[in-house]
Design a protein around this ligand. Structure first.
Ligand code: TRP
Ligand code: ZN
Length: 852
């Protein structure tokens, strides 16, 4: 590992020695010899210790010349930047000018200025700007930017408003002071889809979505989502857009989903491009969500940014929460909530239960890119949801208005955030703030006692130790709870119980009969709830609860208990469960999207997680087999109903990605996939043959793969889509995802030899390697073949793109759940990854933390 592997601590924060009043940049673009000329107006920060050196970050830059106030300075950069001693600086403000040379063409890390398909683009968050020029590359240094781009390429874009352009050049001006991580530049042969939006303040905004020639036909949905996002942020948060132009660019080679650069959002093309023929309903929903997410960052992230990277959840947790609200408003709150909880548990609970657990606001990091996690994003959003529940809708609104009014243009902290809630709600939230500081998923235990019309509930909370945090304090946990009578009628509507100590007792009296307790309605807190309930009670909640999440959860718990018993005792699903599923499947009063979710069995990784939490050593093969038997049994028992649902859920008319049709297709395909376990895939084959959209084509093909069929369909799929990069990612992924466990590593290995396997493209790499890592029984094959293959590829990718490689390495984070043999195999792979002399800082930190 490099010597830059020193941790950075939140406690060491110091304000910047110098502020930047104005940035002027000129780019002379060339693939291997791009020149970047910078002119930075610095002034001493009145809030910092005076007389400090000027320290500028810079990595991989060839310094051509530098001067201060026109006088050449002999700067001598090292691997991380350069220092101009205080003695060599003028008193007061001064102008730094520098020219550097960089080589975007060879930049495979996709951070800083790089090239993708002949197009130049940038990715600066978190610390990529220092790979473009020397700069105090930290978010609490905010400045207006003016940018000139010189290139023969036809489209030249940067942040802010266009100022002027001519043949071979363009100039942009961004008047809103911003941190360097929001800088962006794009140059290429691109085509725009253009539209307009008039803000509530009367500003006429030009909207463009820029794509490669040939992709213009796939931008309509993203544009529609963008306009709806802009309107929603005005109506719900009172936030209007603040420039005359908003550009979105789609890029094929991109490390994450998308980036909120001021006025110039850059997207992974999979989250922009969609047509009914090439994108699934899930893809459309992801586009809608991510377009909204990046747009919402304009206020929560850009206008108000983070003081330092420890505060990352300040912008990410809040922006995720906002995109969740938006999606609920656009589609269905009930369905969206269930989906969000499923992702939270699959990704964040998993993270929180293993060696990579960290607080929503971490206290130290080696490589900040490793902290763009489910904890910072998804758990961060849950904390905001809890705050809103605790203070109420109106005070939430007041707190946000205060936040925007007080902190616009500032770089803020979690303290600033909690303070606006304390003021708006008139309430001390210091205990709540522990949620930001304490890692781990709290376990809440609920015990019931029933006597003479009185129900006594004892609630306990406990959080297990996490790395670096052996002792946990009690948290403020809102538990939304209601009571359902034995006849299914609600006897007590939702009440929010506030747990603030290790154990509390709540009583409910004058009840006519023992009710069924509906706890943690709406998933009111990110906790695991231990609440022993009979199958009959769960069936009552599934059938009658007034809270849709609790209904779903009752069915989910029913299934989980049965699967757990099948794994441990070889049991079979009983009639209770089958009848409950039949009811949900055939209840036409329920939203089809909801029924599709109820029909979905808990996944193999979730079962491994819950078995482990219950003190067992999960056996991935036994889990896979049990789940397969459960699917077979359900399919046999429900075959006629499933077949009827498949037919009834056909969507007449032309394809529409809207929630209603998408929900019908989701139920139709869920039913066909389950039915395939009984009918050999006859229905799925018919859907595939007649599909006129990717949702049904892909859904039907994977339904067949799920029962070991679908070879012919796969070949047809390949012939049809071999020249479409986004669809080909699906073709790769499906074959690994649905491979028989004993074949999964071999199939993945074969696919890496396919001529279309371009491993430097992060989407393509993940479509095979990360997907294998997400196939529990395949990845954890006893002989270690899955581990070896993934480690080999992580090592290769680490040499080209450490950030992407480090993200995928989290497939190993659950390793301590498993038996000694598997642990030994994984440990050896993690050590092999870590102990290379050229291991990146990113990967070194991840492997090191996992091994600790
Ligand atoms: N801020 C981006 C978002 O949440 C995510 C992001 C952070 C990112 N670092 C990145 C995206 C690097 C791409 C590459 O929307
Ligand atoms: Zn974000």
């Amino acid at each position: 590992m490099r010597d830059t592997a020193q941790p950075i601590y939140l406690a060491d924060y110091q304000p910047p020695a110098f502020l930047v009043e104005q940035v002027d940049l000129t780019f002379k673009l060339a693939p291997t010899t791009t020149r970047v000329i910078s002119r930075l107006r610095f002034s001493p920060n009145p809030d910092a210790v005076p007389g400090q050196d000027l320290r500028l970050d810079g990595e991989g830059l060839r310094l051509i010349a530098a001067s201060i106030d026109g006088v050449t300075v002999a700067a001598d950069p090292n691997a991380t930047g350069l220092t101009v001693p205080a003695g060599a600086l003028p008193d007061g403000a001064f102008t730094w000018e520098a020219e550097v040379e960089i080589a975007p063409e060879g930049n495979t890390a996709l951070e800083g200025l790089y090239m993708s398909n002949g197009m130049y683009c940038t990715q600066c968050e978190a610390e990529g700007f220092r790979k473009i020029t020397f700069y105090p590359d930290r978010p609490d240094v905010m400045a207006p930017f003016r940018v000139r781009i010189e290139s023969d390429l036809p489209v030249l874009l940067s942040n802010g408003n266009p100022v002027a352009s001519g043949p071979g050049w363009a100039e942009w001006d961004d008047p809103h002071p911003k941190p360097s991580y929001l800088f962006a530049l794009v140059a290429g042969d691109l085509r725009a889809t253009t539209d307009r939006f008039t803000t509530m303040e009367g500003r006429e905004v030009e909207l463009n979505i820029w794509v490669r020639p040939g992709d213009e036909g796939r931008t309509a949905y993203a544009m529609d989502a963008l306009k709806r996002s802009m309107l929603w942020d005005e109506q719900v948060y009172g936030r209007a857009y603040d420039l005359d132009i908003f550009n979105v660019v789609a890029v094929d080679d991109f490390n994450m989903g998308a980036m909120e650069n001021k006025g110039l959002n850059i997207f992974n093309s999979r989250y922009v491009l969609a047509s009914s023929a090439t994108a699934t309903d899930g893809d459309f929903a992801a586009i809608e969500r991510i377009i909204a997410h990046e747009y919402f960052h304009n206020w929560t992230g850009n206008r108000i940014t983070c003081r330092d990277w420890f505060q990352l959840s300040l912008k990410e947790g809040l922006t995720v929460f906002r995109d969740q609200q938006f999606m609920g408003d656009m589609r269905s709150h009930a369905v969206k909530r269930i989906e969000d909880v499923l992702t939270l548990r699959a990704r964040q609970f998993r993270e929180d239960a293993g060696p990579l657990a960290h607080p929503v606001r971490p206290e130290s990091y080696v490589e900040i890119n490793n902290f763009y996690t489910a904890t910072v994003y998804e758990k961060g959003a849950e904390l905001i949801r809890m705050l809103r529940l605790l203070v109420g809708e109106d005070r939430y609104k007041a707190a946000l208005d205060l936040y925007f009014a007080r902190h616009d243009g500032q770089a803020c902290t979690i303290e600033d955030w909690v303070a606006v809630f304390e003021e708006a709600a008139g309430r001390d939230l210091s205990q709540f703030k522990r949620w930001y500081e304490q890692a781990g998923t709290p376990k809440v235990t609920l015990l019931e006692d029933w006597q003479d019309g009185t129900l006594t509930l004892t609630l306990r909370q406990h959080t297990a130790p996490t790395p670096g945090q052996p002792l946990k304090e009690p948290l403020l946990i809102p538990v939304a709870l209601g009571l359902i009578g034995p006849d299914g009628a609600e006897v007590m509507p939702t009440r929010v119980l506030e747990l603030d100590s290790p154990e509390q007792v709540f009583t409910f009296d004058n009840l006519p009969a023992r009710p069924v307790v509906s706890a943690l309605r709406g998933f009111s807190a990110p906790v695991t709830l231990e609440h022993a309930q009979s199958s009959a009670e769960r069936a009552t909640l599934l059938g009658h609860d007034t809270d849709p999440f609790a209904r779903f959860e009752a069915g989910h718990n029913l299934a989980r208990d049965i699967l757990q018993a099948m794994v441990l005792e070889g049991a079979r699903p009983g009639p209770d469960y089958i009848d409950a599923m039949r009811l949900a499947l055939t209840d036409d009063s329920l939203d089809p999207a909801f029924r599709a979710l109820v029909l979905r069995l808990p996944g193999e990784d979730e079962l491994a997680q819950t078995l482990h939490a219950a003190g067992h050593v999960p056996d991935p093969d036994a889990i896979h087999a049990a789940r397969g038997r459960a699917l077979d049994t359900l399919a046999e028992a429900l075959a006629p109903e499933l077949a009827r649902v498949v037919d009834a859920m056909e969507t007449p008319g032309p394809y529409s990605p809207d929630a209603r049709d998408a929900g019908r297709r989701a139920l139709r395909l869920a039913a066909a996939s389950l039915l395939a376990h009984a009918d050999g895939g006859a229905k799925a084959r018919a859907i595939f043959a007649r599909a006129d959209n990717m949702t049904e084509q892909f859904g039907a093909w994977t339904a067949l793969l799920g029962v070991g069929a679908g070879a012919e369909e796969g070949a047809q799929f390949y012939r049809q889509w071999q020249n479409d990069r986004l669809v080909m990612d699906k073709w790769f992924a499906a074959q690994v995802m649905f491979a028989k466990p004993e074949r999964a590593p071999n199939i993945a290995a074969e696919l890496t030899g396919h001529k279309a396997f371009d491993w430097k493209n992060p989407n393509r790499f993940r479509s095979v390697i990360a997907v294998l890592g997400a196939h529990p029984a395949g990845f954890h094959r006893k002989d270690g073949a899955g581990y070896r293959l993934v480690a080999d590829w992580l090592i290769r990718l680490d040499g080209a793109n450490p950030q992407a490689a480090a993200r995928v390495s989290t497939v190993f984070e659950t390793w301590r759940r498993y038996d000694a043999d598997r642990q030994a195999l994984i440990r050896a792979e993690l050590e092999r990854i870590r102990d290379r002399p050229d291991c990146s800082r990113d990967m070194g930190e991840m492997a090191g933390r996992m091994l600790e």
